[in-house]
Design a protein around this ligand. Structure first.
Ligand code: C2E
Ligand code: MG
Ligand code: MG
Ligand code: MG
Length: 285
């Protein structure tokens, strides 16, 4: 195609490609520097019991604001770190920070942490995670790892071993963004998960689109039958929450309950929302 359009076009394309490569190399360098400078942060979003809105845990979400580039979404920099082979370094920093923050929360609350697909192909992942927990002093029973269907599909054998090793240590596994991946319901039978997170794509349309409502209803019924816990992601309004409650969905997460905020604001949230929790009593205890 480029041949037919003549040499000028080829030049334009290659210049665009060159610019794109330069941009991603700059981004990579900035991200590597930020990791070394400990400048990549982690925020926390509450996961609640829909019945009464009480918090049961928090999902850690990576945040990075670069001096020159501004806010960069984790949906951009996590895949970049995967592609360039330093997701392990990024993830280790993030888990350490998240686990340290979780130490100040009530012990009943879990920390949910996202694993990238590349980490499910790397046999050092489980020992690294467990070592980080041990170093920080967070009980593995308080950790949940979120993985996606696609990640499990790509490297099934290795993924299965990593999951088994982590579960052996008491870490729980949840299937993130459920319903959107290269979905195979068989995965739910072959692999041992503890929880399923229904993707926002279905949840956000639950009050306006009958198909989405039926899909969510079916996922909840299936999870009940399989003894899997279920979380609805992306709950933005009261109507969504009420609908999910009526459908018997036990847990939820979304802007309606709370946006992701930094570690200090998470403690402030707990002081407002968690019975008998004050930052000072925890520090004394
Ligand atoms: P995810 O794990 O599915 O995280 C949920 C995303 O939905 C987050 O976006 C969150 O801020 C957003 N969200 C939560 N509630 C609502 C809502 O009510 N409405 C809307 N519109 N959005 C909501 P975020 O923080 O931009 O993260 C995007 C993705 O980046 C995450 O999707 C996850 O796949 C990845 N990610 C984030 N942090 C990490 C990390 O530490 N490690 C890894 N491997 N991936 C991460
Ligand atoms: Mg997640
Ligand atoms: Mg998700
Ligand atoms: Mg997602």
């Amino acid at each position: 195609r480029s041949k037919r359009r003549g040499r000028g076009q080829i030049t334009v394309y290659s210049r665009e490609i060159a610019q794109e490569m330069k941009r991603s190399t700059q981004l990579e360098q900035a991200l590597r520097n930020a990791i070394m400078a400990d400048a990549v942060d982690v925020h926390f979003q509450p996961i609640v019991r829909i019945r009464d809105g009480s918090v049961v845990g928090f999902e850690a979400l990576a945040r990075w604001i670069d001096a020159d580039l501004g806010f960069v979404s984790p949906a951009v920099f996590v895949p970049l770190a995967e592609e360039r082979g330093f997701i392990d370094a990024l993830s280790e920093t993030l888990l350490r920070k998240a686990a340290e923050a979780a130490l100040s929360w009530p012990r009943e609350l879990f920390l949910s942490f996202n694993l990238s697909s590349a980490q499910l192909m790397d046999p050092t992942t489980a020992p690294t995670i467990l070592a980080t927990l041990a170093r920080v002093g967070l009980d593995p029973l308080r950790l949940e790892l979120e993985i996606t269907e696609t990640a499990v599909m790509t490297s099934a054998d290795t993924a299965e071993r990593i999951i088994a090793e982590l579960r052996q240590a008491g870490v729980r596994i949840s299937l993130d963004d459920f319903g959107t991946g290269q979905s195979s319901l068989g995965r739910l039978r072959d692999f041992t998960f503890d929880k399923v997170k229904i993707d926002r794509a279905f949840v956000s349309r639950i009050t306006t689109d009958r198909a989405s409502e039926h899909i969510v209803k079916a996922i909840i019924a299936m999870c009940d039958g399989l003894d899997l816990q279920v979380v609805a992601e992306g709950i933005e309004g009261k109507a969504d929450a009420e609908k999910l409650k009526a459908l018997g969905c036990s847990m939820g997460q979304g802007y309606f309950y709370g946006r992701p905020v930094d570690a200090a604001a998470t403690l402030a949230y707990l002081e407002r929302n968690y019975r008998d929790f004050t930052v000072t009593t925890r520090e004394i205890a």
